[in-house]
Design a protein around this ligand. Structure first.
Ligand SMILES: [Mg+2]
Length: 536
């Protein structure tokens, strides 16, 4: 999409000239002939860049710029002042009211196109961050406003002329930590995450500053780092190239003290704003996916994660299991000690759960007093053992409520279900765990019930020696029983595979097919030893 440029000038011929130049470079051009209509068009169309004449009757360019920057809809639209005036006082006045650059009439084409492209790119990037931040802010329901901050900025200056470097250092030092480098290689050694601006002289003999611009823009870490180029009057072509490659701004020698301060200040403010938007975005994102009370993942994240996991079970043939558990008689805790106490119990349960599961497991709060542990690469036997560790961690010691220091005995009932390869889905996996949990509740609570995909439920009690006779075999015998069931299932699958070639398990079929493809690749399909396609 081409950038939209609003050209504002009280002289029609000037507007037509800029329009013709910009249209020839495929920019989309809007025009206005006075300040009021410029403000109206800017507010309704929100262009990517505004080229603004300074000298206009009734409302001059400075006032238009000030109003544009005061309107939240147009505050981020870069403004380039176009003026016959080239004196420093006017340039500074323009920067003070928020103008991003100046072009002097008659406008140089290279400078014009390079500036417009570079500023349009910047505006879109800021828009993208504001959009993401806005969406996430609404999502997470918190305020995303950013505050101004100050403090010296870390600036890297590449300047081969020691006299010029010392002078710039003198100007910038009160508000900056300045690192002066003699070559591009030295800059690369000095660059770090705290650097907020690079000022590079284009006439540096050691290394190419344009290459540095390209490298920064290609790197994830320094993509947003502002780069300010310093050029000689006769070096406009390289300057235009630098801006095209992604440099943010430039100064022409001899460098004016106030302009240097104003332009570095603008770049640093912009970088800090952008960093904050990015931080807010990351924070909003994490708030949107975590549970505020316990700090665990929330239901939204859990469901997305389970879909992903089921995909891996079906395609990568990994095993996976989940624990679904809730607090026994949680309502009594709330009714007896109040909701604040209930929250304490939920937080403590989250903490004990995190300490009982493995680092690869994911713990989420499904809602209310219901929690889920997702366990990749885990079969039901291991999942049941982890569930028992969790059950004991909860039941072993009472929970202490902060207000009043009351001790409350808490227990959990846990449903365990393992994902079955081929056709299992999130809903089925959760349903089996929920059925198992229900069964644990009806069997008396503070216990674990495990459900495999197509086998009758197994209770943890059947795997341990602390068991009553009614549930089933105990201890080692219980484990052997599970192994036997699984073995007989595998035998049944193998028998089926032998009797019917189409029922070969997908894992085996895939492996045969991969081998066949390799043979094909080596010998070609016409070779006598090439496998027949019908085999697989
Ligand atoms: Mg004018």
């Amino acid at each position: 999409m081409s950038a939209r440029v609003l050209v504002v000038d009280d002289v029609e011929a000037n507007v037509k000239l800029l329009e013709a130049k910009l249209s020839s470079e495929y920019f989309d051009v809007l025009s206005a002939f006075n300040g009021h209509s410029a403000l109206e068009i800017a507010d309704s169309e929100v262009p990517d860049v505004i080229l603004l004449d300074v000298m206009m009757p009734r409302m001059d360019g400075f006032e238009v710029c000030r109003r544009l920057k005061a309107n939240p809809r147009t505050a981020d639209v870069p403004v380039v002042m176009v003026t016959a005036l080239s004196d420093v006082a006017n340039r500074l006045r323009g920067l003070e009211v928020g103008a991003d650059d100046f072009l002097t009439k008659p406008v140089n084409d290279i400078a014009l196109f390079a500036r417009v492209r570079s500023l349009a790119r910047l505006k879109r990037m800021m828009e993208e961050w504001r959009l993401r931040e806005g969406i996430c802010g609404r999502f997470a329901g918190h305020d995303t406003a950013v505050a101004e901050d100050s403090g010296p900025a870390r600036i890297i200056l590449i300047e081969e002329d020691q006299f010029a470097a010392a002078r710039m250092a003198e100007i910038l030092r009160p508000s900056a930590q300045l690192v002066i480098c003699q070559s591009c290689a030295e800059v690369q050694r000095q660059l770090d995450g705290d650097t907020e601006l690079v000022i590079a002289s284009l006439s540096t003999p050691r290394g190419d500053p344009l290459l540095l611009v390209t490298q920064c823009r290609a790197s994830e870490m320094f993509r947003q780092l502002p780069i300010l180029l310093i050029a000689e009057e006769g070096d406009l072509h390289r300057l235009a190239k630098g801006l095209d490659l992604g440099a943010n701004d430039y100064l022409i020698r001899p460098v004016d003290q106030n302009e240097l301060l104003a332009r570095t200040g603008t770049q640093i403010r912009r970088k800090r704003l952008q960093d904050r938007l990015q931080e807010n975005y990351q924070r909003s994102l994490s708030l949107a996916l975590t549970d505020e009370l316990t700090g665990l993942y929330n239901r939204r994240y859990l469901l997305a994660h389970l879909d992903e996991l089921i995909g891996r079970v079906n395609h990568d043939h990994i095993s996976a299991a989940i624990l679904l558990f809730d607090i026994d008689h949680f309502k009594q805790v709330n009714d007896t000690y109040g909701h604040a106490a209930g929250d304490d119990v939920l937080r403590e349960l989250a903490s004990r759960t995190m300490n009982s599961v493995r680092s690869v497991d994911l713990v989420a709060r499904l809602g209310g007093e219901e929690f889920v542990v997702v366990m990749p690469d885990t079969d039901s036997t291991i999942a049941t053992a982890v569930a028992e560790r969790l059950r004991l961690a909860v039941a072993r010691e009472p929970f202490i409520i902060r207000v009043g220091g009351v001790k409350v005995a808490v227990t959990v009932s846990i449903g365990v279900s393992a994902a079955a390869e081929g056709g299992d889905c999130r809903a089925q996996l959760l349903k089996r765990a929920d059925d198992a949990l229900y069964e644990a509740k009806t069997a008396g609570r503070n216990r674990i019930v495990t459900r495999l995909a197509d086998l009758p439920p197994i209770t943890w009690a059947s795997l341990t020696q602390r068991n009553d006779e009614t549930i089933g075999p105990t201890g080692a015998q219980g484990r052997i029983d599970i192994d036997r069931r699984l073995q007989s299932k595998k035998r049944a699958q193998a028998n089926l595979a032998r009797s019917h070639p189409n029922s070969i398990p997908s894992k085996v079929r895939r492996s045969v097919r991969d081998t066949a493809h390799q043979v094909w690749a080596m010998v070609g399909p016409q070779h006598p030893i090439a496998p027949r396609r019908t085999l697989i």
